[in-house]
Design a protein around this ligand. Sequence first.
Ligand SMILES: NC(=O)C1=CN([C@@H]2O[C@H](COP(=O)(O)OP(=O)(O)OC[C@H]3O[C@@H](n4cnc5c(N)ncnc54)[C@H](OP(=O)(O)O)[C@@H]3O)[C@@H](O)[C@H]2O)C=CC1
Ligand SMILES: Nc1nc(O)c(N)c(N[C@@H]2O[C@H](COP(=O)(O)O)[C@@H](O)[C@H]2O)n1
Length: 222
Amino acid sequence: MYVVVNAAMSADGKLASRRRKQLAISGPDDFDRVDQLRADSDAVMVGVGTVLADDPSLTVKDEARNAERRDRGLAENPARVVADSRIRTPPDAAVLDDAAETYLLTSEAAPTDFIEQMEEAGAYVLAAGEDRVDLKTALAKLEGEGVDRLMVEGGGELIFGLFEAGLVDELRVYVGAKVLGGRDAPTLADGDGFVESFPELTLESVEQVDDGVLLTWTVQNS
Ligand SMILES: NC(=O)C1=CN([C@@H]2O[C@H](COP(=O)(O)OP(=O)(O)OC[C@H]3O[C@@H](n4cnc5c(N)ncnc54)[C@H](OP(=O)(O)O)[C@@H]3O)[C@@H](O)[C@H]2O)C=CC1
Ligand SMILES: Nc1nc(O)c(N)c(N[C@@H]2O[C@H](COP(=O)(O)O)[C@@H](O)[C@H]2O)n1
């Protein structure tokens, strides 16, 4: 599986303000680039923190791209994936609508009645890990479901978890022309943070998009 993390951050490294609600950092050209990246992916993943904060749909917005996927014999939209150890995803979340397939990655700690509720809502529930989603095992299970190219949109807790597990192949960061500040505002990689051994990145390209910059890095996983 090839894992691309794509996120937009402010010039000071924040994914959103301290209110932790969806905030447009990308401009129109960058949102269009993200739409193409979604269309080129088998699945689009977020953490449950993003579902609770943003209620995203994670679908491809450009109808020409939906049609192009259909022509390739694919579903109109890539699958959606949510890392959600104990099932905090609300039953009426947009990611559970019928626009695309949805996988919920959970742990053994997920209550049985919540699992049933999610399955009734049409989601595929994949358990990996005791208390928290074991991302390595979960992504291997997803690969078994045919997900070869996974796009991860965030947020910072999940992105850190994926780096910590050595699962990220490519990082695309859009740096937008905003300063958000706030010590409690989410950053590109939160979690516990690294203190000794840090993921090594190789810069592949730098491109101006809208009034910001798109940085593309590959990750040196051992
Ligand atoms: N600008 C941008 O491009 C983007 C911005 N955002 C913003 O980010 C914020 C949300 O980010 P954040 O709060 O960090 O939430 P995340 O979306 O990163 O979700 C974090 C949650 O994922 C669950 N999870 C399950 N397994 C793991 C694991 N192994 N490692 C890490 N997390 C795991 C945890 O909940 P549990 O333990 O219950 O499973 C955790 O609390 C919002 O403000 C949103 O608007 C989000 C995406 C993109
Ligand atoms: N690429 C990008 N730029 C921004 O400025 C953003 N705020 C985000 N947010 C991500 O997009 C999700 C919303 O998707 P839908 O429009 O609902 O399909 C949001 O949840 C973040 O993951 N991304």
